[in-house]
Design a protein around this ligand. Structure first.
Ligand code: GUN
Length: 278
């Protein structure tokens, strides 16, 4: 029987725990999200983050800028937020417009307030196998989901499809730190299916339906990080769920798998930064 990895229930459990934890304090953490431009998906994500944060007792502030904002304006704002003792956590929603140097913007966030774990300090600590202030939210959510179901990581072959800074790269290091054998595949990979068929744990983070059942080893663990709307407006992931699920031992659905975990880990990271700073 295939087990569905239920990210929604686990998110609810984690949020309840965080809420209880925050009730002890006479002060609330503050999460500031910077949103540039009119990307509709980003707007939805950012509003979801705000709603979730406020339900927990986290102050949430969204600072919006128009698409054509100057880079210097963003850098100055981030510096002000770094210096503001009332600000616990800073998140710059990605993607940013092309005229902005994303790396420079991320680099300006103080590592102690970098709730995504994307700054060079936090990324570097992760790649050294040392503790960053916090781990990137989506990879952390995936590992938390695997742990919740007692899925073995050490010694397993984990194949990640996608090499983004948000998911693929940090996840590769987190799995490596847990003693998995890790392969990263991407758009230039030859014979993708040959590689994915050797995965004990297959993670796809591409954004397009690319993983079919002929690409899988029987009884593998399948994690879907992709999310997009198909031609009928239905929310889908990278994995052909209906056909892949019977072959897998565990599979994460879209929606209801990794997505809710990402939000839960953002809240968990905000609380971690808050507690480290008390
Ligand atoms: N855009 C898509 N995912 C993320 C994320 O995890 N963090 C940020 N900052 N932007 C994103």
């Amino acid at each position: 029987m295939t087990v569905i990895l239920d990210g929604k229930s686990l998110r609810n459990k984690i949020l309840e725990e965080l809420k209880t934890k925050l009730e002890k304090y006479n002060k609330k953490p503050t999460l500031v999200v910077i949103l540039v431009g009119d990307n509709p998906a980003s707007k939805i994500y950012v509003n979801n983050k705000k709603k979730t944060a406020e339900n927990l007792g986290i102050n949430s502030i969204i600072i919006e800028y128009p698409e054509n904002v100057e880079e210097n304006v963003l850098l100055k704002k981030i510096e002000d937020l770094n210096n503001d003792d009332n600000v616990t956590a800073i998140l710059v929603q990605l993607p940013l417009p092309k005229h902005i140097d994303k790396s420079k913007v991320i680099n300006t966030i103080s590592p102690q307030k970098d709730v995504d774990g994307f700054t060079p300090y936090n990324f570097g600590r992760l790649f050294e196998g040392e503790e960053p202030y916090v781990y990137p939210c989506t990879p952390k959510g995936i590992i938390r989901l695997l742990d919740e179901y007692n899925i073995k990581i050490a010694g397993q072959h984990a194949v990640i499809v996608g090499r983004s800074n948000i998911v693929g790269k940090p996840l590769s290091q987190m799995l490596l730190n847990r003693n998995a054998t890790v392969t990263i595949c991407h758009s230039h990979t030859k014979n993708l299916a040959e590689i994915t068929k050797t995965a004990d744990i297959l993670i796809s983070a591409v954004g397009g339906k690319i993983i079919g059942k002929n690409m899988l080893k029987q009884n593998s663990v399948v994690i879907d990080v992709g999310i997009f709307k198909d031609e009928n407006g239905k929310t889908r992931g990278d994995i052909d769920f209906e056909n892949v699920a019977p072959v897998a031992s565990y599979i994460s659905p879209v929606p209801g798998g990794v997505g809710p975990m990402t939000i839960a880990m953002l809240m968990s990271n905000t609380v971690e930064l808050f507690e480290k700073n008390l």
